[in-house]
Ligand binder design. Structure first.
Ligand SMILES: [Zn+2]
Length: 236
């Protein structure tokens, strides 16, 4: 399968990284990471760092994450914290999905704590459907089949209730934490406002796992719109 992870920011993959690692370990899949924004506001408490430099750092960190997953990374280049649903962004995402020959997409839950996340989810909802419409021409040919969509777990407070669970073992969770730490700049930002970012992801996976009687898990919900609904067995 061609698995495409569409996130707003470089580090949003923390919610589904264990599942991506399972796909990697299964073999036979191609993993593509797409970020809609360039992450240039990510040095949240270091305004002295120029935005272009911040974008460069986050691009470098994301490429390290992609390398660890054996994935390909591309960025659609919108201004961080100012992503809008525009004709330009839709066409960029449609073409990116076609270039990846997307079978299955993971993305943000539609109602989240950051509008870049919500807009990315909206873009995926529309562009997954549009990716087969040949009259919407882009650099790559239209897909033959509409890609399916899973939403990852946004956490409490947003009406997300996981329905599909992916079990993670000790080794996978350790690898997940190691890869999250490759986002050195974001680890530092998070340290200023809360607990360790990687430890937090491990704790979350432990709580999710406890619900279904395994050491660790990640939770998802399928998109229920016609032609985009995935079968449960598309999860690893
Ligand atoms: Zn984000």
């Amino acid at each position: 399968m061609n698995i495409v992870h569409v996130a707003a920011h470089q580090d949003d993959e923390a919610h589904s990284l264990g599942t991506l690692l399972k796909y990697r370990n299964q073999g036979g899949h191609r993993i593509h990471l797409i970020c809609t924004t360039n992450g240039d506001k990510g040095m949240s408490f270091s305004p002295e760092i120029p935005l272009a430099e911040a974008a460069k750092i986050r691009n470098r960190e994301m490429r390290e994450v992609a390398a660890a997953l054996g994935a390909r990374y591309s960025c659609l280049g919108a201004s961080d914290e100012f992503l809008y649903d525009t004709e330009e962004m839709r066409m960029k995402l449609i073409d990116a999905l076609r270039e990846c020959e997307a079978d299955l997409i993971f993305t943000h839950w539609p109602r989240d704590y950051n509008l870049d996340h919500n807009t990315t989810s909206t873009l995926v909802f529309q562009c997954s459907m549009n990716s087969i419409i040949a009259s919407m021409q882009s650099a790559h040919p239209a897909l033959k089949v509409t890609p399916k969509v899973f939403y990852w777990d946004v956490g409490d407070g947003f009406g997300f209730e996981g329905t599909h669970f992916v079990e993670l073992d000790e080794e996978t969770i350790r690898e997940k934490a190691r890869i999250i730490r490759l986002h050195k700049s974001q680890m530092e930002v998070m340290r200023k406002i809360g607990p360790d970012f990687a430890d937090m992801a491990v704790d979350r996976a432990r709580l999710t796992g406890a619900r279904v009687g395994v050491p660790y898990a990640e939770a998802f919900r399928p998109c229920l719109a016609s032609r985009r609904t995935p079968l449960a067995n598309m999860l690893p």
